[in-house]
Design a protein around this ligand. Sequence first.
Ligand SMILES: [Zn+2]
Length: 201
Amino acid sequence: MSEHVLTAKERIIEILENRPEGLCDDCLSEIANVKTRQQVNINCRKLQKMGSLRRDRAKCPECKRQKIINTLIGLNNKLQPDGIKKMSEIRENEAQYHASYRSAAESLDSIRRQLIEIMNQLDPLQNQRLGNAAREGFSDRLTRLADSGIIPTNIMISMRMLNAMRNAAVYRECLFDAKEEELINLAFQIILRWWGRRRKS
Ligand SMILES: [Zn+2]
């Protein structure tokens, strides 16, 4: 599989996922290496419209100035498989394309955050060990945890598929049919079953 080159929006999300306390547009532009600040501003406003991001006036944890701070919504979600909205229910009215696209993206985004939370618990020192520039994205981190035997190969496959489907929903406005939703739910259940057993042992 060829390595997917991250877009500005993807880089912004990856940086904010590692910084639940948020960042101002200027610091985000610098840390995510997205030139210019206007490009950061446009992308963050789009994410805000999608309901994925909040923009509130607060003190920026990086530059310590009082500014508009971007934080991802639901970043500290606890693992709650029952909380995942059933996409088929939400999509009863196909005419509401935008609403349903948002729900598919939100559901998959919520699953992805829970997968990140699992990786954080397996690998708590990641952020301290790596500097800002070297912080890994989802895919590289998953590869490393699978290569070192911390995540079994079959679980890695389900996680990778869910991440690919989430990226398709968020960046390509891809919608999934009922069978694909079953696939999403099954893959997530397989991961949660492994995680539940692993925590007990
Ligand atoms: Zn700042």
